[in-house]
Every structure is written in structure tokens, then in C-alpha cells.
Write a protein that binds this ligand. Sequence first.
Ligand code: 3H9
Length: 679
Amino acid sequence: MSVITTRKDGDVLVVTSNNPPVNALGQAVRAGLAEAIQEASADDAIKAVVITCEGRTFFAGADITEFGKPPVGPSLPEVVDAIEASAKPVVAAIHGTALGGGLEVALACHYRIAVASAKLGLPEVKLGILPGAGGTQRLPRVVGVADALPMIVTGNPISASKAEGIGLVDKLVAEDDLAGSGVAFARSVADKGDHPVSSTRTDKIKDIPSDSDFFDEFRKAQMRRMKGFEAPEACIEAVKAAIDLPYAEGVKKERELFGKLVSGTQSKALRHVFFAERAAAKIDDIPKDTPLIPIKKVGILGAGTMGGGIAMNFLTAGYAVTIVERQQEALDRGVAIIRKNYERSAAKGRFTEAQVKGAMDLLTPTLDYNDLADCDLVIEAVFENMDVKKEVFRTLDGIVKQGAILASNTSYLNVDEMAAETKRPGSVLGLHFFSPANVMRLLEIVRAEKTEPAVLKTAMDLSKKIGKVAVVAGVCFGFIGNRMLSPRQRAAQAMLLQGAMPWDVDKALTDFGMPMGPFQMSDLAGLDLGWDKANSKSETIRDVLCERDRRGQKTGKGFYDYDENRRAIPSDEVAEVIKEFAAKSGLEQRSFSPDEIREALLFPMINEGAKILEEGMAQRASDIDTVWINGYGWPAYTGGPMFWADTIGLDKVVAGLKAQGAEVCKLLEDKAAKGETFN
Ligand code: 3H9
């Protein structure tokens, strides 16, 4: 059956797209839409047209899989122009998400109606591009620059009611019988003389002049979000063109900017990230018909920072949560922090007071382990020590009902050993949340040797429900993320002995796009993590700094000094300590370029990533990219460590590692020799 079908409802032609899963505007859809408009134009009995979509959503945009392939006409700009040029009014009837090219189709229609649950947006910027089918020119003409600019530059969608408020949607209609509402609306406007044509509108476009401070202020407000990304600035340029230039020239400018971005490395990387996140949810060797275990009630062991953050994920998603601590004081403190976090979010407008109350009402704090008995999933977030964890698993196994899942939030330890303490190793797995757990998107699902398929599938399903991006990892020290962090930290320490300073090393990585470098990270985490005060003998730089109470931000100084605003300042004292150690090391002292520093720190990570793949600890290279982007702030516009390695060439990575004297993983070496890539 064709993806686009037409049917006559009296004098209205109803055009329906059926291209699951998201009605992406692939070639067949575009061709079908163009033909449908021609059909309406050629039929005297037709007075108006309704465009609607089957399935879960209105067009969610251009078909991203077609990018980078030879274009096959008609192009989306041609199709939207044909829709707008129709002498008979065209009505977009929107449900689900009208995104990107989908919203551009709707903008080309003369009228837009939507159900209240619909969302409308131009998310192209998140793929490293800008709307390329007239969106940057039509949207400001329809809603004004003040409302269009944030939609185009942030890519965040708006609700249908907001869209109605700003004039993007003409009418909100009932959820049922959208096509019927579309036909009624089309009929009500069919005999009007003039139909609004977005590209020729001038009533709203001059709300903000292109030389207004508005743009600079907007840039300033978005600075952190835009840092390093090319597309947002191009979006601003395109919107300015909409104000300054006639439509035809503005569209030319948009095409030019689109063409440059879509063929660039950033857009390729961000498209990779889009598909990588979706691929991560697929577990290759689990049969499709594996059942899910129903999860209604979740238990959390430990009400510290981690336990509280984990609890919030489930409370926000509407799950009943029982949280257990050993001491009343610790329990009260944990619950108070959860409440404070919610209230802070409510103050910022992210939650309503009713939502905060709803979430808190779902929380049962207790000192009694036995209250976990009827939980469907229990996650332990206790002290990171194997003996403690084993004890916890033995206890939980005796209390929690059979069939329930037992999970550890360990960030390094062996989940198989914990599972072996129970009589239900098939129901045990790792759920490694990242701190702050209520904020960070990443979840590593650690698949232990005996974890049953249903348990794994349930965890993956649950991760989506609580808004996480989950990746499956095998049991190995540090799983995917922390395992790759170790060689980076080692390389950073080694650089200090060869003449680099912590601030040089950190800057090379923050300039690359990381939120912080290894020494800023140490200062944040505390240098004394794992440091043994009693036995410290000034043997390492870390020992000496800790002995001098430079234990990181918490003591006001670490690798850096900190001023009253917590701004990091290079420390002369630390420089002296490092120089002494460097002199004693006997290593040649020299300066390093930022590129050399990046290669020294990041190539060993790629090598470790390749080992992880070789050992089957990650399912695919793109999963590793997903971990690093969502858990550690690796810059998304480089595509993640493994994609980045592909873009610079694996042969260059291998040569760099050999020059560092590293042992190169066989998988990496083989791929480089064959001219292959990871992704
Ligand atoms: C654009 O429009 C450019 C134009 O301005 C100019 C052109 C000239 N194409 O996310 P889900 C797949 S750029 C191809 O899991 P959800 C997705 O990979 C586009 N495939 O569902 C997945 O496949 P699989 C601007 C797509 O319910 C499946 O659909 N638009 C596309 O959680 C289900 O996806 C966007 O950036 C696509 N456009 O969320 C919107 N979209 O099952 C991108 C999805 O094999 N899409 N797929 O893994 C989304 O944001 C979400 O998919 C959406 C649904 C919110 C729609």
C-alpha cells in the first residue's frame, strides 16, 4: 500500500500518511504529498485539502537516514512550496509531534489545527543542522521573531496550547476524530477569499529588528548550551535573514547554511548520537517475545546522595518507593534532601506544587528492611565495599519476595559475586546511576553472568520510563565508563612528571569540549578518595597534596586554589610540588601542545574502549559513545570517543599509542590495518 493515500470527504480531499513508526518524510512520502496536492488542484469538485497522519504522530521530520545519500526528488523544499502554492486551502491536522520537516509542512499549509496533547518544534539544531525547508523563514513570519528564535535555536518543542497562544495553531480540537475535525475546519474556511500564506506574511516579522540587543542577550543566555556547537549560530543568522531579506533570498540563505552544516562533521556526529541512543536500547541476543516483569513498587537501600537521587527518578515517574536507612537521622536527612531538591525544581517552574506533593506522597521512609518484602525491584546504594554489598544481597534475598529484581548501584565492583550470594542469581543485575542520579541521563545496566533475559529487558524498559538513556555493560572493573576513565587519569598523572601542569592538561580537555579536565574532576571528587592518611609517606604528588590538606574543593584547595566564588586558580605551591617530583622522576621535561595533551589522554581511552568491545563488555561501539556523552559530558558534536576516533582515523590513533609506548589492543590494530572504522 502507498504511504500516502487520498480520499474524498464531499468537497474536501483528505490526504493521509501512513509511514510508521514516526511518519518521517522519506522520498515516497514527499512524492505522495506532491501528487496529492496535484490531485486536489486538478479536481474541480475539491474545495479544500486536509493533511493528516496515521499512527502515533504527525510527520516527525525529514527521514534522517537519507542524509548523506544522493538526493532523490521531489525535495522537501519543493513539496512544501507546492503545498503553499495550492489555490485550494490546505489544513494540517496535527497529533503527536510535528517536528522539523513535519512542522515545515504544517507551516506551508494555510491552516493548522491540533489536538491538545500535540507538540510542535524544530529540533534540527540537535542534529547539527537547521530547518532546511523554509522553517527559519516561515516560522518567524507566522509567530514573530521573539517566539521563533528560541524554538529554532534550542530545538525544544512547545505544547499545542502554547502554539495556539502564539498563532502557530489556529484551533485546538478534540483528541478523537482529528481527520473529521480537519474536514469540518477545511469546509469552514473553503469559501473565504484569501487564505494566509506563511511566506508572504509581514505582520509579525518586524517585531524585533535584526540589530536589536535581543540577539546578543539571547546568545548570552544560551552561551553554555551553545558552546562548541556550530548550528545554533547558523540558526540565528538564518532568522536574521528572515527579518532583513525578502522571503526568496532568505530561503536561499537558509539553503546555503543548511548545505554547509549537513555535510559537516558535527552534523554527522550528532546524527550518529541520535541513532546511537536508540540502538543502545536494543539488546541483541534477547528474544523479541521475552516477557516484562511488572514493576510497581521500588525499594532503595541507602538514603545518601546516590540513594536519594535514584529514588527521585522513580518518584517522578509515579512509582511507589520505599527507602531504607539504618539510622533515623540519616533517613530524615535523606528524605529532607529529596524534598528540598523537588522544591528547588518547583521554584524554577519544572514541577508544580501538586507534582511535588504527589511525588513525596509516593515515598515511604523506613528503618526496617522487612518493609522491602513486597517490592518488585530493590536497588542497593550502600557503601562501595564488596563485603558490605555481599551482606546486603544475602539479607535482601531472604526478605524480598521471589521473582523480584535485586540490583546493585555499584560503579566498579563485580556483580557476579553479589549475585552468587543469593539463591536467585538470575534476578540480579547492576543498575549504575551517575551522580547526581536525578539529573544525569545515563544508566549503565550491568548484565551479570546469570542475569535472565526478562530481568534485563525489564531494566531496559524501566530506564525509558524514568527518562534515562541506558546502555548494557558486561561485568568488568568500572564497566564501560569508569573503566575508560582510569587510563585517562593515569595518563594525566604521567604528564605532570614530564613537564605539564594540571591547568594545561585541564584546559586542553575543556577546549575540546569536556565540562572539566581530570584535575578539576579530582578536586571536585576529593583527592583523598582512597588515600590512606595513616600510611601516607609523601610518595606521590597526591600524597603530598593530601598531607598538606589540599584535598580538593571541600578543603578550599587541591590541585588548584579556590577564591571566594569557587573559581579555580593555578597554584604556585602545587606547581612547586609537581616540579620536585618531575625532577626526581628522571624524565625529560618539556612543554606540550593542546593536541599532544589530548592525544596522550584520549587515545588510551579509545584503546580501552576497543578492549571493552573485544571482550564483549559493550554490545557496540556506539554504546560506548552513548555512555561518554551522557555520563561524562564528552562533547556530543564529536560523536563520542569511538566516533571521534573514526573521524581522525584509526591508523593515526594506533600510531599515537605506539609513540606513547602503549600496548595497542588487537581489535584496534586490526581495524586500523584494514582501514575500517568502529561505527
Ligand atoms: C529535518 O526535518 C530536516 C528538515 O528541516 C529539512 C530537510 C531538507 N528519520 O525516538 P524513537 C526512528 S531533520 C528517520 O525511539 P519515540 C528512530 O530511529 C529531522 N528515523 O521513538 C527509531 O527507529 P528504531 C527533524 C527516525 O516515540 C524509531 O523511529 N526531526 C526519525 O521515543 C522510533 O523513534 C527530528 O529530529 C527520523 N526523523 O520518539 C525528530 N525519527 O525503532 C527526531 C525517529 O529502528 N525524532 N526515527 O530504533 C524524535 O525526536 C523521536 O523519534 C520522536 C518519537 C519524538 C518523534
